[in-house]
Design a binder for this molecule. Structure first.
Ligand SMILES: N[C@@H](CCC(=O)N[C@@H](CS)C(=O)NCC(=O)O)C(=O)O
Length: 208
């Protein structure tokens, strides 16, 4: 059994989506970020960074419990453990991992900061403009990749897609991003949102 500690945010949705896409059992623990539950000492033992998502694999290596933090590391761990959502051939495999890094190092921080300035410092236009422009540039990189393939790495959904779907899905509401400028990303967004596993992964927050 895998314990999933998360919340209904662009990073938080990744893990239930992955678990549902994989089809493995898990126990969901939804943290109240407003109450700072992610900063409590017991949670910092699971993620020293005090953020969601995190997991504990109760049946980790040698049968021991293993905590894992950082969404990219969690998805890679799950993909390797269950043999799903990651191509086996070395080229496509590292390409999927590269997209996961692209999301945690690029799309996530840039969109996060764009949202921060829009919501908290709307008067400081240069901050919002800077992160909005960089978000557009990065989604443009996704656009190029998705012009030729249905998913970021070829014909199948991988961890690369799951890393991005929460951010792309919420970008309009969060900081006024216009996805219609990127037709291939828009089509991919619809493709992802129509997947059974992805729908189930998102639905866990509605019923929680
Ligand atoms: N790089 C981290 C980012 C995690 C992150 O920023 N999580 C946010 C929610 S989307 C969070 O926990 N925010 C609450 C806080 O910072 O205290 C990952 O990919 O796991």
């Amino acid at each position: 059994m895998i314990d999933v500690f998360t919340a209904n945010t662009p990073n938080g949705v990744k893990i239930p989506i992955a678990m549902e896409e994989i089809g493995a059992p898990y126990k969901l623990h939804i943290l109240d970020l407003g109450k700072q539950e992610q900063k409590k000492p017991e949670f910092l033992k699971i993620n020293p960074n005090g953020r969601i998502p995190a997991i504990i694999d109760r049946d980790g290596p040698e049968g021991q419990s293993l905590p894992v933090f950082e969404s990219g590391a969690i998805l890679l761990y799950l993909a390797e453990k269950f043999g799903k959502l990651l191509p086996t051939e070395p080229g496509p495999r590292i390409e999927a991992i590269a997209w996961a890094f692209f999301q945690t190092g690029g799309i996530g921080p840039m969109m996060g900061q764009a949202g921060f300035f829009k919501r908290n410092h709307p008067d400081f236009e240069a901050g919002y403009a800077r992160f909005f422009a960089e978000s557009e540039r990065l989604v443009g990189v996704m656009e190029q990749a998705l012009e030729d393939d249905p998913y970021l790495v070829g014909d199948d959904c991988t961890i690369a897609d799951i890393m991005h779907i929460g951010w792309i899905d919420r970008s309009a509401g969060y900081f006024g991003f216009d996805l219609s400028k990127f037709p291939a990303v828009q089509a991919w967004h619809q493709r992802m949102m129509a997947r059974e596993g992805t729908m189930r992964g998102l639905a866990v927050f509605a019923s929680a």
